[in-house]
Design a protein around this ligand. Structure first.
Ligand SMILES: [Zn+2]
Length: 307
């Protein structure tokens, strides 16, 4: 079996452009300036930069990098594709230091690429989870200390994450929350889960009441009574999600600042929701990531670095 990284689009810049264009423009080139799809010509010639097209409707030049997370980056496209393949394929993530060493980039550039890749992984899926009598497990967890926060009982000094996992499709959606209480958690549950769903939580007080009346049903696992699995009433799936997330955050990313936590959650959500157990292999996952790049841009202000 050949190395996955031996494919031409990981080494050759022309092949990389062809690979990305075929996925971003399945119907042929589209002008990012005016949206035109007709009267577009590929610019040829030795001094022309790679992948350059000209739109004869608005008379402006463009490439497939324009309007995507690849824009305004000087990193060659085939290196981007290598980086995306590595990030998409590493179950617990890959640190910027590792990415820099593997790809021969500076740490600053690797960090910038990582952040942009995470941005492309952000779902933006506003549809409701569950429905049709399916099951969504809901749980929250504490991770890493908030820098500078005084250590208190009850975990106030830690970062807090709420996760929803749809058992039938295996899709996850995780959120950073300020507090673990009814006011912070219930609105997220209401806004993200279809009413025709069984919601499963633990016995924590903030889940009490209310959910039972809104959803098809609400099952609560009583962990304190040693009751972890009662038929289909368990939260093992969402706990499995947290376990991968924590191993990655502790082992690979050595935690992160709270302001970046939502990006890491997007990364773990993406890999979890497109995992091998759901018949998504590494190449397919990298391709799905590529589809996420369109229209996703990070500005200088939000990342404080430029590749
Ligand atoms: Zn145009």
């Amino acid at each position: 079996m050949a190395s996955a990284l031996s494919a031409p689009h990981f080494h050759d810049e022309d092949a990389a452009f062809a690979y990305v264009e075929a996925r971003v423009w399945p119907e042929g080139p589209t002008c990012p300036h005016c949206g035109g799809v007709e009267r577009i010509s590929k610019m040829q010639g030795k001094s022309t930069r790679k992948g350059l097209y000209k739109c004869y409707q608005c008379r402006k030049p463009f490439t497939v990098r324009m309007g995507t997370v690849f824009e305004s980056s000087h990193v060659p496209l085939h290196i981007w594709l290598q980086a995306m393949y590595l990030v998409a394929g590493s179950k617990k993530g890959i640190s910027s230091n590792q990415l820099a060493r593997t790809l021969g980039l500076t740490v600053k550039t690797a960090w910038f690429l990582s952040h942009r890749i995470r941005e492309a992984m952000r779902g933006g899926d506003l549809s409701l989870m569950g429905g049709e009598g399916g099951v969504v497990e809901v749980d929250e967890t504490f991770i890493g200390n908030i820098p500078g926060a005084p250590v208190k009982q009850g975990g106030q000094h830690k970062m807090k994450v709420l996760a929803l996992v749809h058992r039938e499709s295996g899709q996850s959606r995780a959120f950073v929350v300020d507090k673990v209480d009814r006011e912070s958690i219930i609105p997220i549950v209401m806004q993200n889960i279809d009413r025709e769903t069984y919601v499963l939580t633990d016995e924590a007080g903030h889940y009490k009441g209310q959910l039972r009346d809104v959803f098809l049903g609400h099952g609560r696992v009583n962990h304190s009574a040693g009751e972890y699995v009662r038929g289909r009433i368990h939260t093992n799936t969402v706990e499995g999600y947290f376990s991968i997330f924590k191993r990655g955050m502790r082992g690979v990313y050595q935690w992160c600042a709270e302001k970046h936590l939502h990006r890491y959650l997007a990364e773990f959500d993406f890999r979890y929701s497109n995992r091998a157990a759901l018949d998504c292999n590494d190449s397919e996952r990298a391709d799905r990531l590529l589809r996420g790049i369109v229209g996703k841009r990070l500005t200088y202000q939000t990342t404080c670095a430029r590749a």
